[in-house]
Design a protein around this ligand. Structure first.
Ligand code: HEC
Length: 157
């Protein structure tokens, strides 16, 4: 049992030491997804859907829960956010080409229809981020209309 005590002590010390380090937070003030919203013009319901279910990992502004202050949870979340933003960042919509926007909309539809997004790890703790069938249908309809805008934008070439 002596060994077990020693191991517990080491684990405790490491855990405490970890608390002195934390990854940089993903926060930015102001209207961070402005271009995305003006360009794609979602209904107020869809706008809230993105805010409640997607922006935490796909924008430059995450709303952190209190437990994000605990390491290693903070690192785990930081990884999710960084990885999510690499694939799709609503705050950087203005930097994407028409092709990319069109493709991302297709991906958004796919991920949501297949129930892959928002991630299940996220909806465990954010029950209100789960999407209803109606929300998914509205999103699919909006994607269809919005992709036409980007596809028309491509035509003059
Ligand atoms: C908890 C964080 C989190 C939330 C919330 C979240 N995502 Fe993601 N998303 C990720 C991560 C991480 C990836 C990259 C890895 C993967 O595909 O699983 C990703 C990838 C994606 C991709 C790219 C897929 C690809 O194959 O390139 C799309 C599109 C996407 N998410 C859409 C959404 C939409 C739409 C929502 C809201 C309905 C959402 N995500 C909510 C974390 C999240």
């Amino acid at each position: 049992m002596k060994l077990l005590k020693k191991i517990s002590l080491v684990v405790l010390v490491v855990f405490i030491a970890m608390q002195f380090f934390s990854p940089t937070k993903n926060v930015s003030p102001g209207n961070h997804a402005k271009v995305f919203i003006t360009e794609t013009n979602p209904t107020p319901e869809l706008k809230s859907l993105f805010e409640n279910s997607c922006y935490d990992c796909h924008s430059n502004n995450t709303k952190y829960p209190w437990y994000n202050n605990i390491a290693p949870i903070s690192y785990w979340m930081s990884n999710h956010v960084n990885e999510g933003k690499e694939h799709l960042n609503f705050s950087e919509w203005d930097t994407y080409s028409l092709d990319k926007k069109d493709h991302l909309l297709e991906e958004i539809e796919e991920e949501v229809v297949e129930g892959k997004m928002p991630l299940t790890e996220y909806t465990y703790t954010h029950g209100d981020a789960k999407l209803s069938e109606n929300q998914v249908n509205d999103l699919v309809e909006w994607v269809k209309q919005t992709r036409i805008i980007y596809q028309l934008g491509k035509q003059p070439k």
